[in-house]
Design a protein around this ligand. Structure first.
Ligand SMILES: O=c1ccn([C@H]2C[C@H](O)[C@@H](CO)O2)c(=O)[nH]1
Length: 166
């Protein structure tokens, strides 16, 4: 863990974007607000915040929100540089397992991840380090990962996982 002051301006800017996203969280049940900001290779920043629901199982985390917003905005799997996440935790926030899996697949194992808290603590890690032994889309094989040959909706090139960029 390191003090935020020791980071580069571009890293601090992404943490600040995550902090701003956190202000927009919808967390009336846990009252635990989380923000995320994802920097794409094209320089765009995609924000995410947790969004909760009275049907608790439908709650969505900030990290997955950032990735899903990015994909909906036209970013592609593997074309991300850095993710920042922030929450009101004693030390740097620890993403949940589901978010680690999504980070690993859409960001790739080398994605830089900045985990912050509101007091200026930051941990620098990678999506790969956060999920050793991750489930790999390659395990699904050709039929599972890319759809049956000739399948227009899921065929080759339509939605290749990060490990097989378009
Ligand atoms: O890394 C995390 C951890 C938790 N949450 C959310 C999920 C839920 O809305 C609330 C409490 O778990 O915080 C996130 O968004 N990201």
């Amino acid at each position: 863990m390191t003090a935020a002051s020791q980071f580069r301006p571009d890293q601090l800017a992404l943490i600040e974007a995550a902090r701003a996203a956190r202000e927009r969280a919808h967390a009336p049940y846990s009252r635990f607000r989380v923000g995320a900001a994802l920097l794409g290779a094209d320089g765009r920043v995609h924000a995410g915040c947790n969004v909760e629901n009275a049907s608790y199982g439908l709650c969505n985390c900030a990290e997955r929100g950032a990735f899903f917003n990015a994909i909906a905005a036209g970013a592609r799997a593997g074309d991300f540089i850095r993710l920042a996440v922030i929450g009101a935790t004693p030390g740097p926030i620890a993403p949940c397992g589901a978010c680690r899996q999504v980070m690993h697949e859409l960001g790739g194992p080398g994605l830089e991840v900045l985990l912050a808290n509101l007091d200026g603590a930051v941990a620098v890690t990678t999506a790969g380090a956060l999920l050793p032994g991750a489930f790999d889309p390659a395990a699904l094989g050709a039929a599972g990962a890319r759809g049956a040959p000739g399948d227009a909706a899921t065929g080759a090139g339509a939605d290749a996982p990060a490990a097989r960029r378009d």
